[in-house]
Every structure is written in structure tokens, then in C-alpha cells.
Design a protein. Sequence first.
Length: 185
Amino acid sequence: MSNLTIFLRQVRSRSREHLQAMGLLASARLAGQMVAVLRQELDSMVRVIYLLTQNSERRELLIGASVRGEKWSQEASRAKVTDREMVELAQSLQGWTQAVYKFGCAFIHLSGLHDYNDRDPLSQLPTEERRDILEHCRYYHGGPAAERFEDLVPYLPSILEKIAKNLECYLESLENGEMLDTNDV
């Protein structure tokens, strides 16, 4: 079995689990964990986007490293490929990626945003980040009208579904050996 086949299976399995987990978390009203799952799905998407900008030889190396559980390293050195680098690349393609990724990271790592039952996490964000998240949600998902976290939470499952659908399109491109033109990104 090829590394690409294994990688695609890993990512798709993770995505299915995220969708299932989101439903359970939404039912239990565990908003912080919902955002964490969203961030994990976004992590998969930015990695696949990054792979789609690499030539076939480099892509194979990175996919092999992923299958073996190794960190990705830069082409010319032992330096690691950073999340920041991949997110910035995805941001140039999907104008909302950076704000959502950063917001999600705050729910992965212990932060003041975990106090969301008593302090609104959206109000703790810089204005531009809050605006990016809300504008994206309003444009693609029809809301929320208010700028409160509690109003955003019901939209998280549909946001995850949208990211999962985008991820699947990118996976199909990867499967077909396609490449994103970095001039378009």
C-alpha cells in the first residue's frame, strides 16, 4: 500500500471522526471542545493545502514522513515546517484560515478563552480577528447576527462541515496528483 493511500485514509478517517465528535459535542453543549475539533480539522486542511503546493518528489517525502509519524522539515535544512508557515499559505487561498486557526489554538492550549462561560471569548480577540471570523460565518453560514460567542456556537457544526467538504476537495486534488499554483495562492 502506498504512503499516499495511507495518508488519504488517515486524513479522511480523522475528518469523519471530527464530524461525529462535533455532533456529540453540540448535543452536550461543550463549546470549547467544539472549537478544538474545528481547529483540528483546519489543521488537516492547511497541511493538505501545503502538500498541494509542493512538487511531486517533495510531496512524497512529506507524506512519507507523515505516515511514519515524523515532523515535516524544510527542503534545504533540518528546520521544521511550521504551522505558521502552512497557515499563512492557506490564508492566502482561504482568507479566513488564520483567524479561525488562531482562535481554535486558544481552545487547544489553555488560555483565557476557556473561561467562555463567564467571559465572552470573541470580545477578547483583536477587532480584526473577530471581524474575520464573524464575516466568514455570516457570509457562508448566515449568521450570527450578534457578536457574542454563545451566538456563534450553533454555527460551529456547519463550519466544520464546510471545512470538511473543502478538505475532501483538496484530498481529491492530492489523490489526482494535481498541484496548486502558488502564483494563484
